[in-house]
Write a protein that binds this ligand. Structure first.
Ligand code: UDP
Length: 327
């Protein structure tokens, strides 16, 4: 059993990590400033309310939690916002991570699993993105995550930290037991917005661009179930605790789905119509991001089991119908 500090533990992916850590016999301690997280999502261990931008508060949190390792999810993650307000992303995502790493070194915490992103690859030249592709982000969100990966390289070399950076493709779905799920305020992610439109909570889903160079003209993404994603984190953590270093892996399933296909799958699963309208392209969106997921399978023995569109939509819907978080 290990004590794991989960930054962003009140957020979508961090809360699922806390639940999975607890289920695996570990002791999760959530750290969150509740700026974008939900107090109701912290159900599997204590919460330390702190902002990673505050170095003293970060030091105090590590001294209080005395974790064996850190899972670092806390970040702003909205591509459109990052294009409009890059300073926010550099300050928060990069500055917060720097404070965390410095405080880890000071307090002797040796291992970190970092939530990185396929957005670090930018607009890829290949159909399936493997880990050797050049990382050339096209928006400040991706750039801020890449900067943290570089920081991890340097801290690993200088201070002997053991680090894993897991580059997520599109995370979706909810806890199969529907205790926690995805909620952002405002919501910008495709699947929750599709569900809102299906439920009549918004007039129509905006399709951001139908003129991309993809089979149906809408953007293609590789969707991975949050529960599968977290399983990869537990496997990476195990490897780090066993002495591994420099884990850099893509987490996706290797199958692309267009925005159109997501809408059609939701209509099938929910038995409802999803009203849509056409909208301009969203700045910063690459046309296609699909993963070559073979390295994570080989290195971690990871096997995504829940990552079909149908299952992700069904689990997200079930959680939404159970009440969700917030007003
Ligand atoms: N998208 C869309 N309408 C929306 C929200 C998203 O057409 O209201 C598209 C978006 O352009 C992207 C895909 O859905 O191609 C997934 O977007 P999301 O924000 O969920 O994740 P991202 O790919 O930005 O991480």
């Amino acid at each position: 059993m290990a004590r794991i500090l989960v930054t962003g533990g009140a957020g979508y992916i961090g809360a699922h990590a806390c639940k999975a850590l607890r289920a695996a016999g570990h002791e999760p301690v959530a750290l969150d400033d509740l700026r974008t997280g939900w107090r109701e999502a912290v159900r599997f261990g204590p919460l330390i309310e702190a902002d990673l931008n505050d170095l003293d508060a970060t030091r105090a949190a590590l001294a209080q939690a005395r974790p064996d390792a850190v899972m670092h999810f806390a970040a702003l993650s909205n591509v459109g916002e990052s294009v409009r307000s890059p300073g926010l992303y550099w300050r928060n995502n990069v500055g917060g991570s720097l404070n965390l790493l410095e405080a880890m070194v000071e307090t002797g915490v040796r291992a970190i699993v970092f939530s990185s992103t396929a957005a670090t690859y930018g607009e890829p030249d290949v159909e399936l993105i493997d880990e050797d592709q050049p990382q050339r982000p096209i928006n400040p969100y991706g750039a801020s995550k890449l900067a943290v990966e570089r920081m991890l390289d340097d801290f690993e070399a200088a201070h002997g930290l053991r680090t894993a950076a897991l580059r997520y493709f599109n995370v979706a779905g909810a806890d199969p037991e529907a205790e926690i799920g995805e909620r952002h305020q405002p919501e910008t992610h495709l699947i929750p917005l599709v569900l809102d439109a299906a439920a009549g909570a918004r007039e129509a889903l905006s399709i951001f661009g139908r003129d991309y160079d993809t089979p149906d003209g809408t953007c293609v993404r590789d969707y991975v179930h949050v529960w599968d994603l977290i399983e990869a984190h537990l496997l990476a953590l195990e490897r780090l605790m066993g002495g591994a270093r420099g884990i850099r892996l893509n987490l996706g399933v290797g199958r692309g789905h267009s925005v159109r296909e997501v809408i059609e799958a939701a209509e099938r699963v929910l038995g409802r119509r999803v009203p849509v309208r056409d909208a301009p392209r969203r700045p910063g969106d690459p046309s296609r991001l699909v993963c070559d997921g073979s390295r994570a399978r080989a290195e971690l023995g990871w096997e995504p089991r829940l990552s079909t569109l149908e299952r992700m939509i069904a689990d997200a819907w079930r959680w939404r119908c159970s009440g969700g978080f917030g007003p």
